[in-house]
Design a protein around this ligand. Structure first.
Ligand code: HEM
Length: 346
């Protein structure tokens, strides 16, 4: 059977596809930065559970539940934009792995609850602290792996044929050699950005040893992640890999800029320059997200081009959305201001 015959028909969207693609990449960047702060920050808290680094763990415990809540909220936005432009692929993939996909919710809730227990019961739960944090991190690790499966199964309609021998909603993309380096690349990036989060927290609380601890994580995880990134590139199907080696000038440029960004993180991180290395991290994650978007387009190119998605030219809902977004952003900024003020009093 030709896998292309399994792809549902594309329906028109209200606005030009490029607007949705830009919003998808931007909101995904925010989602992944927050996920990195909560997962990477959690791992750093765990490693510092005992000994001289323990105050770092205490300080992180107060922040992790809020950052997880923000991660989830900023997960919804790319989900909606993804469904708008790539829904026919994303929905099909989600249905194939439906059991695993739905398992994300009952695992996310205890992870969230675990982080609250870790914070609120921090002082009276000495021995149990590492255990509860490990459990919350294990659930987050599993959720991230499910997302990597979901984001890659949608790219390979040839894998969808498995439905005809296994229709229990438990198909994963485990036979894809690119899945493992891709996932590990994400999770190691989380340790680097988590380190940046710890360093920023240290600067905020005027605790310079946090800054040192955080930057050490940034540098070590980034060095390791360059190797994982190379593995990821080599594991891509040959014709896609070649696109990043000059085949497509824009994709090659995007990858080259991201690699330069990683170099800048290392340069500033080693020098102990916190703000420049933070800016370099945000810049690198943004360009890696653009590069990842190219990977998606190349995978789908035999079946689909997003530029073929028709638009009905109805821009008023989009304008309403932008107006509401501005109001919500202003309210969020105000709430964060109140939150920071309240923290100062505690
Ligand atoms: C602990 C919670 C979470 C973790 C650790 C996590 C982690 C990840 C990771 C690692 C990816 C990249 C996967 C890849 O491309 O291989 C990803 C993508 C994504 N996540 Fe999350 N996620 C979490 C929660 C959520 C939630 C609750 C939502 C939605 C409500 C969400 C929505 C998304 C979407 C839509 C993408 C793909 C966006 C795109 O393709 O551009 N995430 N997540």
């Amino acid at each position: 059977m030709n896998p292309a015959s399994l792809i549902p028909a594309v329906t028109p969207i209200p606005v030009h596809w490029a607007i949705i693609d830009v919003l998808l990449v931007l909101t995904f960047t925010v989602h992944i930065l927050l996920m990195n702060a909560v997962f990477g920050g959690g791992v750093i808290a765990l490693v510092n559970s005992v000994g001289a680094g323990e105050p770092v763990a205490r300080s992180l415990s107060r922040k992790l539940p809020t950052v997880l809540a923000l991660t989830i909220n900023f997960g919804v936005a790319p989900l909606l934009f993804l469904q708008t432009n790539y829904g026919v692929f994303d929905y099909a993939g989600s249905v194939l792995m439906g059991g695993w996909w739905l398992a994300v919710i009952p695992l996310l809730l205890p992870a969230y609850y675990g982080l609250y227990v870790y914070d609120f019961r921090y002082s009276d739960m000495r021995g149990g602290r590492p255990a509860i944090l490990t459990l919350a991190l294990a659930f987050m690790f599993f959720i991230a792996f499910m997302f990597s499966n979901n984001m890659t199964i949608m790219l390979r309609p040839e894998v969808w044929l498995e439905y005809f021998t296994n229709n229990h909603g438990i198909v994963l993309n485990l036979g894809d050699p690119a899945l493992y380096p891709r996932f590990l690349h994400f999770m190691t990036g989380a340790l680097a950005v988590g380190g940046m989060f710890v360093a920023l927290l240290g600067r905020w609380h005027k605790q310079e040893h946090y800054v040192k601890t955080g930057l050490r994580w940034v540098v070590r995880a980034t060095v390791f992640n360059i190797l994982l990134g190379l593995w990821f590139l080599m594991s891509l199907p040959r014709e896609i890999m070649l696109q990043f080696m000059g085949g497509s000038p824009w994709a090659t440029l995007s990858l080259a800029v991201s690699i330069c960004g990683a170099g800048a993180i290392l340069h500033f991180g080693i020098k102990g320059a916190l703000i420049p290395s933070t800016l370099a991290s945000v810049f690198t994650v943004l360009f890696m997200a653009v590069t990842r978007h190219f990977v998606r387009m190349f995978y789908l190119s035999p079946y689909f081009s997003v530029s073929d998605v028709p638009s009905t030219g109805q821009y008023s809902p989009m304008l309403m959305f932008i107006a509401s977004l501005c109001v919500v952003l202003a309210l969020a900024a105000w709430m964060i201001k109140l939150y920071v003020k309240a923290e100062g009093r505690s």
